[in-house]
Design a protein around this ligand. Structure first.
Ligand code: NAD
Length: 371
C-alpha cells in the first residue's frame, strides 16, 4: 500500500466550499482503495491567511507545500482584501507557491463532456468527447525576457519592446514534461511554435526534436506552426492529444481550447516543477481555473467540478493512479448525463443543484464505479 501526501489549501470564498467536496472523495478513496492511501494536511492561503497571520502565505505553509506529494489549491481573493498592500494581496500567496516550487509547466485540459456539448459555441460533433491537454511553458519567453521597456525616442515617439528568450534547458525540460504526459495519455504530442518567423521557434523546434529523439520512445511527435494550431483547434480539435508550446502561444491556445467546453466552473489545471533528483517525483500544484467568486460565495451555489477534476489530475499526474483518475472523470460525465447542473452550467429541463448536491452525486457515482 502506497501512501501519498496531499496539502489542501482551500483559500477564500468558494475555494472552501468546493474543497469540501474533494475531501469527501478523499475519505471514500481512503476507505475503499486497496492500492493507495492519502495523508492530508490543510493550511491557510490568501485572505484568510492575511487575517490570521498578516501574510497571504506563511513560511510554515510554504514548507508544507514543498514537502507534499502534491498541493490542491482552491481560490484566493475577495473585496475584503482589495485595499491591502500590493505585495501582501491574497494572489501573492499563489504567486509565491508557483515561484518557490519553480512550477514551469502549466497543464490546461479541455474536456467536453457529451452532456454539455450543446453548450459549446462549436458544433456538437466537433467537440463532443473532446479530451485534449495544452501544456504551456510558464516561466520563460515573451512575458519574462529582457529588455522589456517603453522608451521615448528623440522625435517624441515612444518605442515598446518585449523580448522572447528561450534557452536549450528551458525548452528541453518542458519538452520532457510533454513527452511524459503524452505517454500517460494516447502517445501523441504536438509541438507548436513559429519557426518560420522567430529564432526562438527555430531553437524550440530543434530542441524538442532532439529531446524526443533521446527520450520519446512510444510517443509520436508532430510539429505545427502556432497560427495553424489555432486554426486546427477550432476546425477539428479532436485531432490533438497533448500540445506543448511556449508561454505566449500557450496563454492564448489554452484559453481558446478551454472555452470550447463551457463554464469556468468546469476547468481544472495543474502546474508542475522539475523532477526530484532522487525520487523523480515532480513538485505539483493543482487548482481550478476560476477565482473565489465573491458574488456566490457562502451560498452553496458553486460548481465543484473544476476542483474535483483538478484532484483527478493529481491522481493521474502526481500519484500514478490513472485508474482512479479515469473513475473520477467517468463519475463527472455520469452525473452530468443524469442531468445534475449547478447554476453556471444550467440548461433547460435539467436538474438544478447546489455545491453539496453535485458533490454528493459525484461521490455516489464514484462509489458505484468502484464497487
Ligand atoms: P471568478 O472566477 O471568481 O468569477 C467569475 C464569474 O464566474 C463569477 O460570476 C462567478 O460567480 C463565476 N464562477 C467562478 N467559478 C465558479 C464556480 N465554480 N461555479 C459557479 N460559478 C463560478 O473571477 P473574478 O470574479 O474575476 O474574481 C473574484 C476574485 O477571485 C478576485 O479577488 C480575483 O482576484 C480572484 N481570483 C483568484 C484566482 C485564483 O485564486 N487562482 C483566479 C481568478 C481570480
Amino acid at each position: 500500500m502506497t501512501t501519498h501526501s496531499l496539502l489542501l489549501l482551500p483559500g477564500d470564498g468558494i475555494g472552501v466550499e468546493v474543497m469540501a467536496e474533494v475531501e469527501r472523495i478523499l475519505s471514500l478513496l481512503n476507505k475503499k482503495s486497496t492500492s493507495a492511501k492519502f495523508t492530508t494536511t490543510s493550511d491557510l492561503v490568501g485572505g484568510v491567511s492575511i487575517d490570521a497571520h498578516g501574510t497571504p502565505l506563511t513560511d510554515a505553509a510554504m514548507a508544507k507545500a514543498q514537502a507534499a506529494g502534491a498541493v490542491l489549491f482552491g481560490a484566493v481573493g475577495g473585496p475584503k482584501w482589495d485595499k491591502v498592500a500590493y505585495h501582501l494581496r491574497p494572489e501573492a500567496g499563489l504567486l509565491r507557491l508557483r515561484k518557490d516550487m519553480d512550477l514551469f509547466a502549466n497543464l490546461r485540459p479541455a474536456i467536453c463532456y457529451p452532456a454539455l456539448a450543446e453548450a459549446s459555441s462549436l458544433k456538437r460533433e466537433v467537440v463532443e468527447g473532446l479530451d485534449i491537454l495544452i501544456l504551456r511553458e510558464l516561466t520563460g519567453g515573451t512575458y519574462f525576457g529582457e529588455p522589456k521597456e517603453i522608451v521615448t525616442l528623440e522625435d517624441g515617439q515612444k518605442r515598446a519592446v518585449d523580448t522572447t528568450v528561450y534557452t536549450t534547458r528551458e525548452i528541453e525540460r518542458i519538452a520532457r514534461v510533454g513527452i511524459d504526459l503524452a505517454r500517460k495519455r494516447t502517445g501523441k504530442l504536438h509541438s507548436a511554435e513559429k519557426r518560420n518567423v522567430m529564432k526562438t521557434g527555430v531553437l524550440w523546434h530543434e530542441v524538442v526534436t532532439a529531446t524526443h529523439k533521446a527520450h520519446g520512445t512510444g510517443v509520436a511527435l508532430h510539429h505545427i506552426l502556432a497560427d495553424n494550431c489555432a486554426m486546427q483547434l477550432v476546425r477539428n480539435p479532436k485531432q490533438f492529444d497533448v500540445i506543448v508550446t511556449d508561454n505566449l502561444f500557450g496563454d492564448i491556445l489554452s484559453d481558446a481550447a478551454a472555452m470550447m467546453t463551457g463554464s469556468l466552473g468546469m476547468l481544472p489545471s495543474a502546474s508542475l516543477g522539475a523532477p526530484d533528483s532522487k525520487t523523480g517525483a515532480r513538485k505539483a500544484l493543482y487548482e481550478p481555473v476560476h477565482g473565489s467568486a465573491p458574488d456566490i460565495a457562502g451560498q452553496g451555489k458553486a460548481n465543484p467540478i473544476a476542483t474535483i477534476a483538478s484532484f483527478g489530475m493529481a491522481l493521474r499526474y502526481s500519484f500514478d493512479m490513472a485508474k482512479e483518475a479515469d473513475l473520477i472523470d467517468k463519475a463527472i460525465a455520469g452525473v452530468l448525463a443524469q442531468g445534475y447542473r449547478t447554476g453556471d452550467i444550467m440548461q433547460p429541463n435539467m436538474r438544478s443543484c447546489g455545491t453539496t448536491e453535485m458533490g454528493s452525486a459525484i461521490l455516489k457515482e464514484v462509489e458505484r464505479l468502484m464497487a
